[in-house]
Design a binder for this molecule. Structure first.
Ligand code: DGI
Ligand code: FE
Ligand code: FE
Ligand code: FE
Length: 187
């Protein structure tokens, strides 16, 4: 699928704000991909479709996660988590994207996962630092991303975990494990 077709297909599923975010993630992901061993076309499709399910009914997304026998914690740890695994499913079924690397990057884009491959890292970080994002800590993370993708992912994870803790929200266990994994591997 080419870029133009992919953008046409995703647009009706998103708000204008979310579409602009998606374009930002696409740009940031391609930029990060210059320094990683990833397929540009695949990373671009992963970025374009990463928030495909963002506005789907929550009940539909919960049902998909249940039917697929996926980790129930995606349902119990906060509704913001649903669109990542549900999105990977819907992008496959409705957009006909069957590439496992793309689907995995979408599946894990909100929580991160232990042992992320290059495409998973690029999408996770691009989603956090794309130019339209405006939250405390994002500028420092953008700066770090110029030096080290892994270092910037650690900052993004730290910020997200701290943000959730300040709001008394649960932290998805794989997010904490991702943080630990990245810290242990840090050179
Ligand atoms: O979909 P986006 O807004 O572009 O970004 P995203 O997919 O990274 O989702 C961000 C939201 O997900 C934000 O509200 C924080 C939440 N989130 C991220 N990691 C975790 C989390 N929520 C819980 N409960 N646990 C996590 O580990
Ligand atoms: Fe998302
Ligand atoms: Fe994210
Ligand atoms: Fe996003």
């Amino acid at each position: 699928m080419d870029r133009k077709k992919a953008l046409e297909l995703v647009k009706p599923h998103l708000t204008e704000h979310r579409y602009v975010h998606t374009l930002g993630v696409r740009d940031s992901a391609l930029k990060l991909a210059e320094r990683e061993d990833v397929d540009y076309e695949k990373v671009e499709l992963a970025a374009i479709f990463h928030d495909y399910a963002k506005f789907r009914p929550k009940q539909e997304m919960r049902q998909i996660i249940t039917d697929q026998n996926w980790d129930k914690k995606f349902i119990t740890y906060g509704d913001e988590l649903l669109h990542a695994p549900a999105g990977s499913y819907l992008v496959e079924k409705e957009m006909g994207i069957s590439d496992e690397e793309i689907l995995s990057a979408i599946y894990w884009h909100t929580t991160g996962k232990v042992n992320m491959n290059a495409m998973e890292k690029v999408l996770f970080l691009a989603d956090y630092i794309e130019p339209n994002r405006k939250f405390p800590g994002v500028e420092e993370t953008r700066e770090e991303a110029k030096r080290s993708i892994d270092g910037a992912i650690i900052m993004a994870l730290r910020n997200t975990i701290t943000f959730l803790m300040k709001k008394n929200q649960p932290v998805f266990p794989e997010t904490l494990s991702t943080y630990n994994d990245m810290i242990f591997k840090k050179k």
